[in-house]
Design a protein around this ligand. Structure first.
Ligand code: BES
Ligand code: MN
Ligand code: ZN
Length: 529
């Protein structure tokens, strides 16, 4: 431990690429009792042993101020509840914010994310610009300090997200925004590990910001061309390779399904390819990520009902996630060959649009009878899956807001997963448990294939109301063939109508943290086998 305070190790920005909001995150080493700032937030458990870690340090330095509050019953440490100590003595920070963590035995890493977010939002809403988040905000048995710090940093960054791009008038009061925060670590033992963890979390948070921004943007801004330009900018800034196929190339390649969806729209479709090649030349596994990017889904000729159609601007959430993931993969220098494929188009009705009953020929050569033009996501993914085979991938994962049926089955917080490779599904489940992005597996038994049999073509694009999420997946399986592939139906969790602990109302950025975690742990898992 040192007394010299504070040592700035690095500063970084969140969301800088896409807007003016710049939040400076620093990791510093120093003593909680000595550090100077407007406010510090510390976690408090419910029940016995309420005061641990940072809270203990504050309590000791202030001759038991927190002990007194708890003994009086003013604050009980209930999960996500807050209590402000507006004036302090004997320590360098002016105020202390207590944030409830609930019962210690029930506390999870996801609750730490949530609590950190609640604390940060409380501080922002007070109009304070900067705060201290101690590395020992929450001390959990069985979870390392570095993991907790990651969760604290992510919770704060993700919870403070806002999208104000289209607001021209301020409401009179000065904008309450956090300029930055400092993660304060008291011991230099784990300093390097903590610094690395913080950097990784910052990269991840920035990728999630990017995805939320893209999804929040309306369809008249976030067009296929806009997504392509975004991908190109990211590629340039982070040393990725980027190719964008336009309408001519899409036609020439024979992507009849993708083209079929694109032909009813004035905005030209783009097939975006982002490629991360790891520095070392050793042969690495190739992972292909595919993201559905329907920048607006009207349903096409099979027009959707008007009510809630505005939400269909988020039908590019899978594609946005893949772009965000690729940025994070490049910045983290993940030692895998990762390819991101993003077929991007609108789904609109016009004189040239695809019609129910039409038969189109996919890139694979299979013919598809169109039952409804609203089952368009699987069409563009089918051609992307065929395209993916050229990379001889060790794994393909697609992320797609594919069916309303998946939302009916699993609700708004959970993605459906299904595929042809149990090992890959297991990896997704593991990453899900760590990141708190929930998934649930659905079966792809052969019997479901009956529902997609066409009398006149090789397959039809919709199988009616029964097992809607599964028949969507089953259609994709026909195009994945023998490749190790998993489909994630993210129609539910990409958007939230209410604030969640560290996800503000609106676009969630679902999938980024899960997939990046999976890629980070790819090799570790393999060695274990
Ligand atoms: N993008 C929608 C799925 C969707 C619906 C996502 C509601 C989020 C909320 C997709 O293209 C679609 O329209 N799917 C149809 C498939 C059906 C026609 C077989 C659906 O879910 O109704
Ligand atoms: Mn649709
Ligand atoms: Zn759609």
């Amino acid at each position: 431990m040192t007394d010299s305070l504070p040592v700035t190790t690095y500063g970084c920005t969140v969301g800088k690429l896409w807007r003016n909001l710049v939040m400076k995150i620093q990791v510093k080493e120093g003593r909680i009792a000595r550090v100077k700032d407007e406010i510090i937030m510390v976690g408090i458990f419910e029940g016995k042993d309420a005061i641990k870690g940072a809270a203990r340090a504050v309590d000791t330095a202030t001759a038991g101020i927190i002990t007194e509050i708890i003994q009086r019953g003013d604050f009980k440490g209930e999960l996500y509840k807050t209590f402000l100590i507006h004036k302090t003595q004997k320590i360098g920070v002016r105020r202390v914010l207590l944030v409830g963590l609930g019962q210690a035995k029930d506390c999870t890493i996801d609750k730490v994310r949530g609590a950190a977010s609640y604390g940060a939002r409380f501080i922002r809403d007070m109009g304070i610009k900067h705060f201290i988040a101690p590395g020992s905000f929450a001390q959990l048995s069985e979870i390392s300090n570095a993991e907790v710090i990651k969760a604290v940093l992510e919770g704060i960054s993700l919870g403070l997200y806002t999208f104000k791009e289209y607001k021209t008038k301020k409401d009179g009061s000065p904008d309450k925004v956090i300029d930055g925060f400092t993660i304060l670590v008291e011991s230099n033992k784990e300093y390097v590990a903590i610094q690395d963890a913080a950097k990784a979390s910052e990269i991840l948070s920035r990728a999630v910001y990017l995805v939320r921004d893209l999804v929040s943007r309306p369809a008249n801004s976030a067009t296929p061309a806009f997504l392509a330009r975004t991908a190109q900018t990211i590629a340039k800034n982070h040393r990725l390779e980027c190719r964008v196929l336009g309408m001519e190339q899409i036609k020439k390649l024979g992507m009849g399904c993708f083209l079929g969806v694109a032909q009813g729209s004035r905005e030209p479709a783009k097939f975006i390819v982002l490629e991360h090649k790891p520095r070392k030349t050793v042969r690495r596994d190739t992972i292909v990520l595919i993201g559905k990017a329907i920048t607006f889904d009207s349903g096409g000729i099979s027009l959707k009902p008007a009510l809630g159609m505005d939400r269909m601007k988020d039908d590019m959430s899978g594609g946005a996630a893949v772009i965000g993931i690729m940025q994070a993969v490049a910045e983290l220098g993940i030692p895998l060959h990762v390819v991101g494929l993003v077929p991007a188009t609108e789904n609109l009705p016009d004189g040239a649009a695809l019609k129910p009953g039409d038969i189109i020929t996919s890139l694979s050569g299979k013919t598809v009878e169109i039952i409804t033009t609203d089952a368009e996501g699987r069409l563009i993914l089918a051609d992307a899956l065929t395209y993916a085979s050229r990379y001889q991938p060790a794994a393909i994962i697609d992320l797609a807001t594919l069916t309303g049926a998946c939302v009916i089955a699993l609700g708004n917080d959970v993605a459906g997963v299904m595929g042809t490779n149990d090992g890959l599904i297991e990896k997704i489940k593991q990453a899900s448990a760590i990141t708190g992005e929930k998934v649930w597996q659905l079966p792809l038994w052969d019997e479901y294939g009956e529902l997609l049999k066409s009398d006149i073509a090789d397959i039809k694009n919709a199988g009616g109301r029964d097992a809607g999420a599964i028949t969507g997946g089953f259609f994709l399986k026909e195009f994945a063939g023998k490749l190790p592939w998993v489909h994630m139906d993210i129609a539910g969790p990409v958007w939230t109508e209410k604030d969640k602990p560290y996800i503000p109302k609106g676009a969630t950025g679902f999938g980024v943290r899960l997939i990046v975690n999976l890629l980070e742990n790819w090799k570790k898992d393999r060695k274990g086998k």
